[in-house]
Design a binder for this molecule. Structure first.
Ligand code: ATP
Length: 193
């Protein structure tokens, strides 16, 4: 998937609406300390479905909402929109919005979707919140120190098969449910004899 534009509003230090173009190839973000470089990468991860406050350097998910400064009041919501082109040429626009006290919601090309739908789209496209394509500070050292199972997970993300594991878990749960239904049906039928 080729990522296109990233739009942020009220997300961490990006209080005013801001738009960034992500050009083909390698993109690096440079700037003085504290200017928001990591916040940008976190915005990409967040819109792709990241739900761990720790990996967003937050105490809770609402901490991604602009918290205010000495001169500006806090915001009530944060919104990130990521657009891109899939390998089949289809355009895609994913939006995630969080409101204080109301949790977060996703939209895919303008339609309400579940967090899981968004995660699967990015996993199938070999990208996503944990994609090795998003290289944050300390990531290289983390790759070097990773355990073999963690390295395997990174390779699976890069190969685009991470989504298959999610589908397998879903299919196994459905199979177990169907087997339980079948056993119950057999009990009922035995009772009719
Ligand atoms: P460094 O180069 O030091 O790693 P950086 O450019 O990666 O810095 P970030 O860590 O992305 O910078 O941004 C840090 C800034 O974001 C801090 O000034 C912090 O106060 C601000 N910030 C983080 N979360 C929020 C929030 N919810 N509301 C307002 N500002 C926030």
């Amino acid at each position: 998937m080729q990522l296109g534009k990233l739009r942020l509003s009220g997300f961490k230090s990006f209080v005013e609406p801001a738009t960034l173009s992500i050009e083909p190839g390698l993109t690096g973000v440079v700037g003085p300390n504290g200017c928001g470089k990591s916040n940008l990468l976190e915005a990409i991860r967040w819109v792709m479905g990241e739900n761990s406050p720790k990996s967003m350097r937050s105490g809770g998910m609402e901490d991604v909402i602009f918290a205010g400064t000495a001169t500006r009041p806090p915001r009530d919501f944060a919104e990130v929109v990521l657009s891109g082109t899939r390998s089949d040429g289809d355009e895609l626009e994913v939006m995630r919005r969080i409101e204080r006290g109301a949790g977060s919601a996703y939209r895919l090309n303008g339609r309400d979707v579940r967090a899981k739908d968004v995660a699967l789209i990015f996993a199938d496209a070999a990208t996503g919140a944990h994609s090795p394509a998003l290289v944050s500070q300390g990531k290289i050292a983390q790759v070097i120190a990773a355990k073999p199972t963690e390295r395997r997970q990174m390779l699976e993300e890069a190969a685009g098969i991470a989504g298959l594991h999610v589908r397998r878990r879903d299919a196994e749960a459905k199979l177990r449910q169907t087997e339980a239904n079948l056993a119950r049906l057999e009990d009922l039928m035995a009772g009719l004899d």
